[in-house]
Design a protein. Structure first.
Length: 187
């Protein structure tokens, strides 16, 4: 997970005093990572941007009551995941995801032959298709784990789930993905 801002405490204090410039710095610092997390949960970029904007708006409104003993990223991710889940429930549809980040590490294209690069791209495309088909609950834990780099405990806190539920959802999501990739390879 990304390290907290060096002056996060100061920015939070100034933001509590309704200093928009300080709040803007917090938004700028957390937007890239939070956007990737939200983008993995929703159907398109514009929807992710709308959720992100709503997330920061809600955080601005609840800032006076924010407890600084809780890390900011999981707090923001909780707001964003709740908004994304609400939209998913309303729309009940699945979309394409940028799956590249799901893989924890990949060799660079320079280290591979052209054939290996093409095979890797096809595998990533199949994996992206498989992730598209996952239920929202599984996509949410995958996004928080692999995109935001959150620990199981942080995911549990963010999604208000028991720790074992997070572990189970991640395990089941990986099983489904493996099975769908294998079926695509065999078929």
């Amino acid at each position: 997970m990304n390290a907290p801002l060096l002056n996060e405490h100061e920015l939070l204090e100034r933001s509590r005093q309704r200093n928009e410039a300080a709040f803007g710095e917090l938004v700028a610092a957390y937007t890239p990572l939070l956007f990737r997390v939200v983008r993995r949960m929703v159907t398109d970029t514009m929807e992710a941007e709308a959720i992100l904007q709503e997330t920061f708006w809600r955080f601005w409104k609840m800032l006076p009551g924010y407890r600084e003993d809780r890390p900011l990223l999981p707090f923001l991710a909780t707001i964003a995941s709740n908004l994304a889940r609400d939209r998913y429930r309303r729309e009940s549809r699945v979309e394409d995801l940028d799956i590249d980040v799901v893989l924890e590490s990949r060799p660079s294209a320079d280290d591979q032959s052209l054939e290996q690069t093409v095979d890797k791209k096809k595998t990533l495309e199949r994996l992206a298709d498989a992730v598209q088909a996952l239920p929202f609950a599984y996509r949410a834990v995958i996004a928080l784990r692999y995109e935001a780099g959150m620990s199981y405990e942080e995911i549990a806190e963010t999604l208000a789930l028991p720790l074992n539920t997070v572990r189970t959802r991640l395990r089941r999501a990986k099983q489904i993905l493996r099975r769908q990739i294998k079926e695509a390879d065999d078929g």
